[in-house]
Design a protein around this ligand. Sequence first.
Ligand code: HEM
Length: 153
Amino acid sequence: MTILCVKRPLGPSLKTSLCAVTIAITLSLSACSSTSKTLYSEIGGQAKVEQITDNFIEEIGYNKHIVRYFEKTDISRFREKLNEHICMVADGPCEYTGDSMENVHAGMDINENHFNLTVDLLINAMTKADIPHSTQNKLLARFAPMRSEIAFK
Ligand code: HEM
């Protein structure tokens, strides 16, 4: 923490109170920066979320094991809902209006290999969007608990 005091000659009480105000502002700013930065803003906001989703859709298209799950999918809806979902999971300012993870993936018979493969495609998508690895890991950690709702059903 830096403490800045006014250098002009001032009476001792005014000098003390200006220093105190500066300390208070510095403390409140540092408290703000440590608590208000969401994972969403760390990712880079909506533009980056959309880049991740678009890259992910492209990656799915390249993968013969995963693309078969999406044969009947309305991709523009998937794009919209996944954008909202990533935004929500990263504490962004979005409302997720899609279906629950359990309902969406029910009956798809997603096995462990295909779940892991899909996570690899998401990692590729984030890497192509220049998301730092530490930030990628934070997002993956939020998706990890959804595993049991999505796979082995
Ligand atoms: C953490 C992992 C995953 C997340 C967060 C996720 C998220 C989502 C979201 C938000 C949707 C859109 C829901 C809606 O339209 O209401 C969706 C749809 C879909 N997901 Fe996932 N998903 C995951 C893993 C997987 C895996 C492993 C597969 C298959 C290998 C898969 C296959 C699909 C398919 C095929 C759809 C489209 C369903 C349709 O056509 O209506 N997902 N997913």
